[in-house]
Design a protein around this ligand. Structure first.
Ligand SMILES: Cc1cc2nc3c(=O)[nH]c(=O)nc-3n(C[C@H](O)[C@H](O)[C@H](O)COP(=O)(O)O)c2cc1C
Length: 363
């Protein structure tokens, strides 16, 4: 029986709109089965690819916490801190496609009512790479994936034809969608990088080429902090570091801005909101800007005793959303989805004390 938490997103029935994002919480069959057992409405698998993957010889993710006392933001364990962000330089899944496929099949057979979205990534340097997209897409869909999320946003690739590097290139976005939509018939979500200066144009290209939804945001390119006493970065290997991805609460407001930009440009299109969701209030904010689906990563990974999949978190998200819907007599999130759109305006449209301001232009 559908409840008020039920949502239809990109033609798929979600028992609730809360989805574990592509990341360590969805890196294995064991974790995904557990995630469904505890109530997540869907998962986007850790990104699956065909190229060689080898992670750095050190920690792949750190959790930074904020405090009223020095150091204000650090991974250093201290009393009375609250979560600030995750920082990671993890690559996509190192489990090969051949091992993923039977796992995907078992997951979908065990939980037919939960949405299984396969995240895939290949390159863009020619027809061979388009074949890789086609192979990944057909294999995942044949194994039971309800939808695909095309990773065009991984911030950790040296290859210039992969991940976040391609998100500025509308022709590449279109050619990848053409390759994928020519071989599968499921909804295609496209995960774009928030660091692109042409996000709206990238989203336009993706929607026009058949994307059912845009997923935003992947982590924001960033550097870890250096300790002034030790001269070490809070995460490094042999003294070296590289640009990694910031996630968690610290990216909430910037992620909302990106979702709002896309949602206002394409109000009739679907968007999946990601970035800094820790509870209902953050999820609510993505929904009022137009998101019809909510993805969570850092908060699930950080929940102690949950095996990194957010056991209490999903219960709380469902309870708080349900409570909010009932108190307001809303039948679903559709009742308030997108209501903030018209209230985001140009700076000069916000009332001044006089009527004279013209947005900085001379009269
Ligand atoms: C350790 C780690 C690994 C990740 N791996 C992937 C990945 O393989 N594919 C992908 O699309 N996003 C990946 N992400 C990004 C997340 O899916 C998500 O977009 C981002 O963390 C923002 O959400 P959050 O603020 O809830 O963490 C990863 C994030 C983290 C922290």
């Amino acid at each position: 029986m559908p409840t008020e938490l039920h949502t239809n997103f990109t033609g798929l029935d979600f028992v609730n709109p809360f989805v574990l994002a592509s990341a360590p919480p969805t890196e294995s069959k064991r974790k995904i089965l557990k995630a469904f057992e505890v109530g997540w409405g869907g998962v986007v698998t850790k990104t699956i690819g065909l190229h060689p993957v080898e992670n750095v010889a050190g920690p792949k993710t750190i959790y930074q916490r904020a405090s009223e006392t020095k150091p204000y933001v650090s991974r250093i364990k201290r009393p009375d801190t609250v979560s600030h962000s995750s920082w990671n330089w993890e690559l996509i899944s190192d489990q090969p496609l051949d091992l993923w496929l039977p796992d995907l099949e078992e997951i979908k057979t065990t939980y037919p009512d939960r949405m299984l979205i396969g995240s895939i990534m290949a390159g863009a340097g020619g027809e061979e790479e388009m074949d890789n997209w086609r192979k990944l897409a057909t294999s995942c869909v044949n194994a039971g994936c309800d939808a695909l999320e095309l990773n065009m946003s991984c911030p950790h690739m040296d290859r210039k034809d992969m991940g976040a590097h391609i998100a500025n290139d509308e022709e590449i976005i279109k050619s990848i969608l053409k390759a994928v939509t020519s071989v599968v018939d499921v909804p295609i979500w496209v995960k774009l990088t928030p660091s692109s200066s042409s996000l709206v144009e990238g989203a336009a290209a993706a929607y026009a080429a058949g994307a059912s939804s845009i997923s935003l945001c992947n982590t924001f390119p960033s550097l870890p902090l250096m300790d002034p006493e030790t001269m070490k970065f809070e995460v490094e290997v042999d003294g070296l570091v590289t640009s990694g991805g910031l996630g968690g609460l610290a990216i909430l407001h910037q992620s909302l801005q990106r979702v709002s930009d896309i949602s206002r440009a394409f109000p009739d299109k679907s968007i999946s909101g990601i970035g800094g969701i820790r509870g209902f209030r953050e999820a609510f904010n993505f929904i009022v800007h137009g998101a019809g689906n909510l993805q969570v990563c850092t908060a699930a990974m950080e929940e102690k005793g949950s095996g990194g999949i957010g056991v209490k978190l999903i219960q709380e998200l469902k309870d708080d959303l349900s409570d909010y819907l009932q108190r307001n007599n809303y039948s679903s999130i559709e009742a308030f989805r997108g209501v903030a759109r018209e209230r985001i305006v140009e700076h000069s449209k916000v009332r001044r004390k006089s009527d004279d301001y013209t947005g900085g232009y001379a009269k």
